[in-house]
Ligand binder design. Structure first.
Ligand SMILES: Nc1ncnc2c1ncn2[C@@H]1O[C@H](COP(=O)(O)OP(=O)(O)OP(=O)(O)O)[C@@H](O)[C@H]1O
Ligand SMILES: [Mg+2]
Length: 228
């Protein structure tokens, strides 16, 4: 069982997109994955119930920090992987989700202030880990990269000292479309998602792949709304 929390102090760098992509990818491999939406706005759980088309996963929505702490522990008993999507961490539920995590993924888009915000999130995870007296590794993952632009190159260079994944996501319409279509992107976006999952496995942020594709069921998403 692994709990992967996706967090950032800055709004909009792609937390929910990344959560959708990871949950979708794992569910389509037949991994027993549970999505936990800790953002009060509930974008991930709305997407999971109304739009998602693919193999089964359960999705819970809980933004109250006290109830979330109990819920994470409970769903972790039932799943091989729990992916937690959070709001910015002025929100206490996000801090609970970081504290409960085995690993934290921090999406970062190229832009002014984004490197600083990503560094703050790395620092917060380190602080939470130290308070909990255990290791909670974190990695920055670049999102919406336009490899040809100076801004993207600058952001990648600036993020240099931060713990960063090799894998990243380009700025592609396909990711935005996933939010509307509920389907796993194919083509370049699909390949980037596969590379992201592979690297997360290599560094131990996700458990190793198992060949259980025969257990994959057809579309059915169970969502329990427990939060406000
Ligand atoms: N790689 C990408 N390419 C193109 N569009 C993207 C990409 N990643 C995210 N987006 C778009 O950017 C917007 C913000 O992404 P998303 O909602 O995932 O961010 P977030 O970090 O969850 O935001 P919030 O902090 O508000 O929860 C969405 O419209 C999404 O479709
Ligand atoms: Mg979001």
């Amino acid at each position: 069982m692994m709990i992967l929390t996706i967090a950032s102090s800055k709004g909009g760098p792609g937390k929910t997109t990344m959560a959708e992509l990871i949950v979708c990818s794992l569910a389509s491999e037949g991994v027993n994955v549970i999505a936990l939406d800790a953002d009060p706005t509930g974008g991930l759980s709305r997407w999971a119930t109304r739009l998602y088309e693919g193999p089964t996963f359960a999705c819970h929505h809980e933004a109250d920090e006290a109830r979330l702490a109990h819920l994470i522990h409970r769903v972790a008993q039932e799943a091989d992987v729990v992916v937690v999507d959070t709001a910015g961490f002025g929100n206490r539920a996000a801090t609970v989700a970081m504290t409960a995590a085995d690993a934290v993924l921090i999406p970062m888009v190229p832009g002014e202030g984004d490197v600083t915000e990503a560094a703050r999130t790395v620092e917060l995870v380190a602080g939470v880990a130290s308070a909990a007296r255990r290791e909670i590794p974190s990695r920055v993952v670049l999102n919406r990269v336009r490899s040809s632009t100076a801004l993207s190159r600058h952001a990648a260079a600036e993020a240099g000292p931060l713990p960063k994944l090799e894998a990243g996501l380009s700025d592609l319409v396909a990711y935005g479309e996933m939010g509307f279509s509920g389907r796993m992107p194919t083509g370049k976006a699909g390949a980037e998602a596969a590379a992201l999952i592979a690297e997360l496995r290599t560094i131990g942020f996700l458990p190793a792949a198992v060949d259980n594709t025969t257990s994959v069921k057809t579309k059915y998403v169970k969502t329990t709304r427990l939060g406000r």
